[in-house]
Design a protein around this ligand. Sequence first.
Ligand SMILES: Nc1nc2c(ncn2[C@@H]2O[C@H](COP(=O)(O)OP(=O)(O)OP(=O)(O)O)[C@@H](O)[C@H]2O)c(=O)[nH]1
Ligand SMILES: [Mg+2]
Length: 1110
Amino acid sequence: MGPSSLDKIIALQRNPANIRNLCILAHVDHGKTTLADCLVATNGIISSRLAGKLRYLDSREDEQIRGITMKSSAISLHFSNGDQEYLLNVIDSPGHVDFSSEVSTAVRLCDGAIVVVDAVEGVCPQTQAVLRQAWLENIRPVLVINKIDRLIVELKLTSQEAYTHLQKILEQVNAVTGTLFTSKVLEERAEKEEEEEEKKKDSNTLSGDQVYDWRLEEADDSLLYFSPDQGNVVFASATDGWGFSIQQFAQIYSQKMGINAEVLRRTLWGDFYLNAKAKRIMKGAQAKGKKQLFVQLVLDNIWSLYDAVVTRRDQQKVEKVLTALGVKVLARDLRHSDPKVLLAAICSQWLPVSQAVLLMACEKLPSPLDITAERVEKLMSVGARRFETLPEETQELKRAFLQCSSEEEDPLIVFVSKMFAVDAKALPQNRQRPLTHEEMAQRRDLARRRHADSRAAGLTGPAHSERTPQEGPPPPPDAAQMESLTLKDSKPEEEEEQQTFIAFARVFSGVAKKGQRVFVLGPKYDPAQALSTLLQGVRASDGVSEVPHLSCCSMENLYLLMGRELEELEEVPVGNVLGIGGLEDSVLKSATLSTSPACPPFIPLNFEATPIVRVAIEPKHPSEMPKLVRGMRLLNQADPCAEVLIQETGEHVLVTAGEVHLQRCLDDLRDRFAKIEISASKPIIPFRETVVRPPKVDMVNEDLGKQQKVAIVHQGRWSDTLYVDPGGLVTLTTPNRLATVSIRAMPLPQEVTSLLERSAELIRTLEQINMSLREGKSLDISHRTLEAIAGLKAQLESLLQGRKWRNAVERLWAFGPRRVGPNILLNSVEGYQRPSLWQCLSRGVQAGEAQAAVTRDLDNSIVSGFQLAALAGPMCEEPLMGVCFSVERWDLQPSAPQHQDSLEEDSLSHGTVDGSRAEGSSEAPTAGPVPARRRLEAASADCYGPVSGQLIAAMKEACRHAFQAQPQRLMAAMYTCEIMATADVLGRVYGVLGKREGRVLHEEMKEGTDMFIIKAMLPVAESFGFADEFRKRTSGLASPQLVFSHWEVISSDPYWVPTTEEEYLHFGEKADSANQTLKYMNAVRRRKGLYVEEKIVEHAEKQRTLSKNK
Ligand SMILES: Nc1nc2c(ncn2[C@@H]2O[C@H](COP(=O)(O)OP(=O)(O)OP(=O)(O)O)[C@@H](O)[C@H]2O)c(=O)[nH]1
Ligand SMILES: [Mg+2]
């Protein structure tokens, strides 16, 4: 990049009105990077002949080889439109689902987005996903319908058919936007209504008027939709380099035909036709069987161009077209054997795609100045907090956001959305900078002298004389002289190999200056708390160690992001995307930086992908472990979505979003971060454990009698401290006999499980609220959150119907594992009324009742025991899912201080247990004598003592036994996959799916094409190598996109053994052929080093040693 264009960009950075921050979003392979190439070529960074082939922004080697983008990267471009100069910060994003987290990081920094849609494939799953992401971040999208050449060359549509096809695509895209819009309006309306209701309550005015709401009809959505006449749609072919919006054609034809450009703009798209006789544009082309204006004036031209240049290659016709279009091309291009070259040469003059897209971006996308109050408030209100409840100083910052001014006194606010690694060598300060004129002259001089010297000595070497000064330093003839000329940065080799991290960021307010010190605000940072503890006017240069989640750092370097390169900057004003160096020690993945402690951290990025594929990693040479650990730490920082953790077993585990992502992470680890040989295990497949209702039929579909049903459930068992009754109720006493719990496990209805899964975030908020209520703090909770919690409660109530679940929602004790999971603990202990989990909903209303409910001591131990049990089940130590544990009895005995008494009571309570056993009653043993209240208090006051520990362990064990007393099942993770395939490979697609236990949900033909869309389910366990096998079997014609969808119970029972004669007949004695679950379970157990019940030798024969035989 030349210094002049750098200066230009720096100048443009100061004018936010002419800055556009935009990202290019689309489904995989719809042509984002190709389009970006065309835009980059306008700035002379790459040659326009290579645009569309180079994929400049795919700078990684594996991106080029695989042909897909794997990270988002930014480039700054300037563009002049008339007398206005614009700066466009363009971010290219990946379309593959595995990298959707990179899309989130890009979207957060932008104000607008270019959504690219393939004209053949239309709206695909990722198109919907990116539209939703743009929507959630409140950024404005514009549309590019790309690859229109495929309609001509591949599908061979006529221009008329293509028009209908394009209309359909627009409808599809608008349908997605429409859904997003209506849901938002409805949500807002609900919120407003509630506010109004509240106001009514406050003022105690009762109005019986019926209110009709026409807000939905009234809400203006016309600007949201994509429509060519609005100017927010460009039709393009990025590889062939052409693209246009309606405006351009309106201008061309208004000059040619003398029709008002504005009229043309409004009628070029739609059901209008040209009445040549009357010289008028009329409506109703379709009804009258006329060609639409768009077909006649636009598409027909393009079609005839392709016909002449590509299909027929008719020289004369080409010349005709050339004169008609008024385009001149080089004779060389005209004669070129590849018609695409000629095509590109014509199109780049006639309808350059970059012009159309950049114009649209400048005109239709908002500048940083247009940031809406709504977006600012959303960004600033983390968690359950309302914007209005933030401290006043924080609310004031909103003004800074909206004004977007870069005065000295404005606070600096920067959001870092990801950290990316670059070679330290590639940093501009370490790069050899180009020589200045004086230096060049000096060198030339030196070389000349040296040349003369060596000639004089008769030692003329060709290598010497050919060297030009730019090619690098010549061999040192005179060390002292050369030293003054070589540039400063010659760091030791080792250091140069290092990776440094650059933050991918945007300035939202103020000016970022090189070397400036700023606060780093962690996600849990609370400005209110900090403002009360910090002194007024504290600056980031002062120490702030006492405030939680707040640290300081300095922005050591600022960079302009130029795709593969970086340029150093001294300062970056508001509204710009930038790279920041020197944050790697203070920022892990994303962060908010500010000079003002009043600034709240921004809401976290919303990631669409769930990391699900995990592998264990170890170095080839055990001695290189420290390098691996360091490398994994770097990888964790460099990737927004990858997770790195150490499992309980001591394995280092990498969790990624999918196979492609995994491959990239491994490559990165090997080549960049650890630089050692590593070996990765086979993917560790996650499972969940659950219980189900006892089956009604056996494996050969025979009805199970009552008696057998009980036989399936385990028989009554007991040991010293454990008693399992035939009904599945488990009673366990702690080793010191001080506490007894009775627990029953039950399967949760499936809808409840999925509701809990979906509401994880809400449950986490609920948990936080409860925690602060327990601590006696008060929290200002937003209406929306309270309503969401009430909604969750109501939904649970409606789903948990029936005798078994009576009052269950009120009796909820905890969720688990990790307090948010899809398992629940129920309080069915008679006489124990603990504060409800939903107490935040009824705050202040039932104060009296709340007092009656007191938390018993050691309540926490019960919850902890449950959490532990839910985290790792008894089948293969995988987390539980969809299990309800109901605590039916919980007795606490007095503790050790009254040693004598307690022993007595012990034996007494034991007696009762024995008694009940002797009677063979199925009832749980009744409680021991009720202890004196004071003693109980004395005992349990010491709630961190050993009693609590024992109770946790007992609770955990009891849960596990209760789980085992029910029919157990494994749950497998399922992917949904959408495959687009042509009819001729359809058979093979089904073949591959069938082999991998896939289930086809539906199949339909994409209208107007010969493509089929197949939607299928596939177990994650069977998915490895799926995409590859697919590509091979279908010769690359079909490529699946796998997205994690849900967990599904595998129907077979891992512990099943044949019991009836029919079953023996069907499955044989060992019955090991059909049991897929057992295979999965044993594989997991083996991996974890757990005991696997398996015979290694099935039919042993006695071995005889030869020597003995003799
Ligand atoms: N026929 C045709 N092919 C195109 C066009 N634009 C892009 N392609 C091809 O589509 C393929 C994918 O292009 P990319 O630009 O890499 O797509 P992408 O959207 O960046 O893909 P990801 O980044 O992996 O999501 C390449 O082979 C391009 O040559 C077009 O206008 N017409
Ligand atoms: Mg790409």
